[in-house]
Write a protein that binds this ligand. Structure first.
Ligand SMILES: [Mn+2]
Length: 321
């Protein structure tokens, strides 16, 4: 599906732009990319950007302080542009606008997009909603501010040009955004590498405790509640651990346990390609993607690993046949 966004904005006086719940870099980048584009080019259009709480690492996004977190009761928008949201249930603070705005336009790249709309551009072959949005805007009118937003979305959803959704087109668009003056080093550091001192110390603690199983095919580590208490940290401060475990030479799968309750663990799984960790996480009531999945399980990590390695080994056997 491909509609003309510029046409949809013609003659329009007010536009609301929003994304999904728990916004990530692609959601924030696409919402703020269009917001900045309108501010720079469509002076007669009044635009409002709606998002749930924006993680601190995105505070460099131009005009991010303009974002509204609540919908006014009486406002009727001519157009509502919904970004990166494949499911009506995941519309964040501005979901109501689907019904109340005069027109709805969707920009997305999720193959699973199930929304029934007249206007929108959904391109499942695109790396990110920001990549789709780039294609909907005239390149010469993209300012540095808009370019920063779009670049942020692209690096977020491609895992910094690492995931298989990174295509030639993605790289070419990123190059065009660099031409606008985007500082790729600053954005990539903020989005991917920067950690607090506490997060770095915790990473060290978890790596120190990591164990190998089955001659190094599997690696895992456990963060206890006590560890988090000791550092006065949250489970989200441990997000980078599983990715660091994954790049251990020889490992097929990395598993990271975070204790969130009495013998209850949030488990993150990462695969290096041969094992479908989504299939395993699903057996435990979780899910995600083939290479990155998660679940929450009650039990003892060593025992859970015993079970999981049986499942991993079964998968390896079938792919070796
Ligand atoms: Mn996305």
């Amino acid at each position: 599906m491909k509609s003309d966004l510029l046409k949809a904005m013609e003659g329009v006086k007010s536009v609301a732009i929003a994304g999904h719940t728990r916004p990530d870099g692609d959601c924030i980048g696409s919402v703020m990319g269009l917001y900045n584009y309108i501010k720079d080019n469509l002076k007669d259009v009044e635009a409002d950007a709606y998002l749930e709480a924006v993680p601190g690492c995105f505070d460099f996004i131009p005009s991010i302080s303009d974002v509204k977190h609540f919908l006014p009761h009486d406002k009727e928008y001519d157009l509502f542009v919904l970004m990166d949201t494949s499911d009506e249930k995941r519309t964040g603070v501005a979901g109501e606008l689907i019904k109340t705005a005069k027109e709805l336009f969707i920009v997305d790249h999720h193959i699973s997009n199930s929304m029934d709309v007249n206007l929108g551009t959904i391109e499942p072959s695109s790396s990110s909603t920001c990549e789709v949005l780039f294609g909907l805007l005239p390149e010469e009118k993209i300012s540095l501010n808009t370019a920063v937003c779009l670049f942020t979305g692209i690096v977020t959803d491609t895992g910094c040009f690492h995931h298989s959704n990174t295509g030639r087109e993605t790289m070419e668009i990123a190059g065009k955004l660099l031409d606008k003056g985007v500082e790729n080093d600053v954005i990539i550091d903020r989005v991917f590498y920067e950690m607090t001192f506490t997060q770095n110390k915790l990473l060290g603690e978890c790596l120190k405790e990591a164990k190998l199983l089955d001659e190094g095919l599997y690696i895992y580590s456990v963060a206890s509640k006590n560890l988090l208490l000791r550092y006065d940290a949250k489970a989200s401060d441990l997000e980078s651990v599983v990715n660091q475990l994954r790049v251990t030479k020889g490992a097929e799968v990395a598993v990271f346990f975070t204790e969130i309750g009495e013998e209850t663990y949030k488990i993150s799984l990462r695969s290096n390609g041969r094992i479908d960790v989504n299939a395993v996480a699903s057996l435990y009531g979780g899910g995600g993607h083939i290479l990155a999945s998660g679940c929450t399980v009650k039990g003892i990590p060593e025992k859970i690993m015993e079970e999981m390695t049986v499942l991993f080994n079964k998968q390896l056997e079938t792919c070796e046949k």
